[in-house]
Design a binder for this molecule. Structure first.
Ligand SMILES: *Cc1c(COP(=O)(O)O)cnc(C)c1O
Length: 402
């Protein structure tokens, strides 16, 4: 389906996020089909893009949700995800979050420490409700990805070591208010190699076997998220390779397979649209200054992440330029040494692969309003979040102004 991005950028204004919902459907179907023949549940990682319409689109296809705060759990439920398809992960949960999750009767609480397990047990006891839990195992595997997004090594704050996990399962099994039915790992994000996933799966499958041997019957095997996507010219894992590796590791075990893809579902469904304000030359350096900034899309600044940048419908001899925003930080850039044609005021730039960890990481830094978000589906466009106003931003402060 072709869209007139220039016209849409005029219609909704810039900076702007647009997401292709048909692409998201395709991704979901591809992954779900790769699991066919097995009991499986795809728990979309809401933090990648938590717009209610995005979650709802996936929920309508049958997806569950992986949430990392009670706010995300509420979003998932508001968007129509059934509570029995929701899991709540994260390294720290407040008592009130645990309580609400238990009251909402979600599928699983993923636990990341012994201390957290004890808190969950206390809250569950007070409620008189048995908590279905899963323990996040840290298999100590180098995921061979960016250090900021690697989570499966002991030096990271995530999960517990195998021996600790075993002790926790034995404790939980004896508890009146804990029901240890799941096991979980998530070794990192933007994984482009299969071997770390295979290794982690093998280690955790062995743990499941040893738990089953002592009558701790794990039913949900959650391999986390992290499937890498193409931002530039990466060669990444296919859905088929991914599931085959999981099937091999878990052979002979009766399990429901869970996974938590975020980026895989939405990164390349989305793009960020920004208009050129003007060009500027400092010495020999060319800068293209645009109306979007790091507060809208922080991945280049935060992770030095690459996003392909394209000048829409503009020809001409290209030269290297840094594409920068108006925010008062040297780190406010979308790309460095990007080949771009000569650009004029109001020319449109597309920053590709911005559907994941784009809007969800946006802030109001420099009192900039968060951009609008638009869905593209079956040839039609619709607003799914209006652009913030100045009034939206000051609303919570104005009443306190003396
Ligand atoms: C962030 C995260 C995910 C999603 O990661 P992607 O790389 O976007 O697939 C899944 N599970 C957990 C526990 C996470 O923290």
């Amino acid at each position: 389906m072709n869209y007139d991005y220039k016209a849409l950028s005029e219609k909704y204004g810039t900076p702007l996020y647009m997401y292709n919902f048909d692409y998201i459907s395709n991704r979901y179907t591809t992954l779900k089909e790769a699991f066919s023949g097995k009991k499986s549940l795809i728990n979309y990682a809401v933090k990648a893009n938590s717009n209610l319409s995005v979650i709802s689109h996936l929920a309508n296809m049958g997806a569950g949700a992986d949430c990392v705060s009670i706010g995300e759990v509420r979003r998932a439920i508001d968007a129509g995800v059934a509570p029995y398809r929701i899991i709540f992960s994260g390294v720290g949960k407040r008592d009130d979050e645990i309580k609400e999750a238990l009251e909402k009767d979600i599928l699983l609480l993923n636990l990341e420490s012994e201390a957290e397990m004890k808190r969950v047990e206390m809250v569950a006891t007070a409620l008189g409700k048995k908590a279905r839990i899963s323990i996040r195992v840290n298999p100590n595997i180098d995921p061979q990805t960016h250090p900021y997004i690697s989570t499966g090594l002991h030096e990271n704050k995530f999960g517990v070591e195998i021996d600790m996990a075993k002790r926790m399962y034995i404790y939980a099994k004896k508890s009146e208010f804990l029901d240890p039915v799941g096991i979980h790992f998530h070794i990192g994000s933007q994984l482009t190699k299969l071997s770390p996933i295979r290794e982690a799966c093998d280690i955790v499958s062995d743990l499941v076997r040893s738990l089953k041997a002592i009558k701790i019957d794990i039913k949900f095997f959650d391999v986390g998220g992290g499937i890498g996507v193409v931002y530039d010219d990466e060669v990444t894992i296919t859905a088929e390779e991914y599931t085959q590796a999981i099937f091999q590791s878990t052979k002979g075990l009766d399990l429901t397979l869970l996974c938590e893809p975020g980026r895989y579902m939405v990164a390349n469904a989305g793009a960020f649209f920004t208009k050129v304000l003007y060009e500027k030359i400092n010495g020999s350096k060319r800068f293209v200054i645009v109306d979007g900034a790091m507060n809208d899309l922080i991945r280049p600044s935060l992770y030095d992440a690459y996003h392909k940048i394209e000048a829409l419908g503009i020809d001409g001899d290209t030269s290297k330029a840094d594409v920068v925003g108006p925010v008062c930080e040297s780190g406010d850039f979308f790309g460095k040494n990007v080949d771009l044609p000569p650009l004029a005021h109001n020319d449109l730039l597309v920053i590709h692969s911005a559907g994941a960890y784009g809007f969800t990481m946006a802030s109001n830094y420099n009192t900039r309003a968060k951009p609008a978000e638009v869905a593209l589906e079956e040839g039609k466009d619709r607003l799914i979040r209006r652009r913030e106003s100045y009034e939206d931003q000051v609303r919570l402060e104005l009443e306190y102004l003396k």
